[in-house]
Design a protein around this ligand. Sequence first.
Ligand SMILES: NC(=O)c1ccc[n+]([C@@H]2O[C@H](COP(=O)([O-])OP(=O)(O)OC[C@H]3O[C@@H](n4cnc5c(N)ncnc54)[C@H](O)[C@@H]3O)[C@@H](O)[C@H]2O)c1
Length: 266
Amino acid sequence: MSYNLLKGKKGIIFGALDENSIAWKVAERAYKEKASFILTNTPAALRMGKIYELSHKTESMVVPADATSIIDLNILFDKALDHFGGKIDFLLHSIAMSINIRKGIPYTSINYEFLRKGWEISAVSYHKIMQTAWSKNAMNKWGSIVALTYVASKRSFSYYGDMSDYKSYLESITRNFGYHWGIKKKVRVNTVSQSPSVTKAAKSIKGFNQFFILSEKISPLGNASAEDCANYIITLFSDFTRKVTMQNLYHDGGFSKTGISETMIS
Ligand SMILES: NC(=O)c1ccc[n+]([C@@H]2O[C@H](COP(=O)([O-])OP(=O)(O)OC[C@H]3O[C@@H](n4cnc5c(N)ncnc54)[C@H](O)[C@@H]3O)[C@@H](O)[C@H]2O)c1
């Protein structure tokens, strides 16, 4: 069912790789809700993933961009402004990568060059995207900017490695840039702290499958799926959440507020 929640709204969606990606689900839902958007990902992801399948399905343009490259972001935003013939209403940052996790390097002996790269990709890119939009005055008043995060930014999850640190930084950028966007343009900036969902990024985490099951048991509502997450993000892009900003919003079936559940101990 469609509610036309995003009718007339234009956006850029970063991070759709394949049909499991959270960004993929957001794009599908945004399309149903009548939004127009550009899909973007790295040139390598464009080659390896299925983004053109999604662009075909959602009648959207694909523009390659490495979100750590200011040059690429400038080109992307220029193309978007030209393509839409005006400013943008929403941006989704659904990007993360830890080279240390991918290589199985424990937190206690992380490689600092990998740390820097992972931080650039997973956190600083959010600042770069917003700074590019800011410098080009690309956002419409009452626009909405959202990034994905995880509760390991606030509590220790041994398997989440240096990604926990990136997520803390990402949430901090949200508060600080969110302030300036609010003052300048009435644009809101938030992070959504999502349940574990089976995606390419998640599968690189050691022990993810066991944790997925445990998280399901702890959460009173059960894990939120990527589709659930997409539905929630659509509300954040809609006009019904105009005064929500600088927040880290938990979308996790109650996981973050639960200590020990009956299901866990029975
Ligand atoms: N899957 C989960 O369990 C879960 C839970 C909470 C939060 N998240 C977050 O959701 C977001 C999306 O991840 P996902 O789970 O959909 O996995 P995914 O692997 O489908 O998406 C990650 C995306 O990041 C893109 N990316 C990597 N480097 C990039 C760069 N330099 N420039 C632009 N894009 C780049 C990848 O190509 C990929 O499309 C991430 O921020 C992730 O941390 C995921």
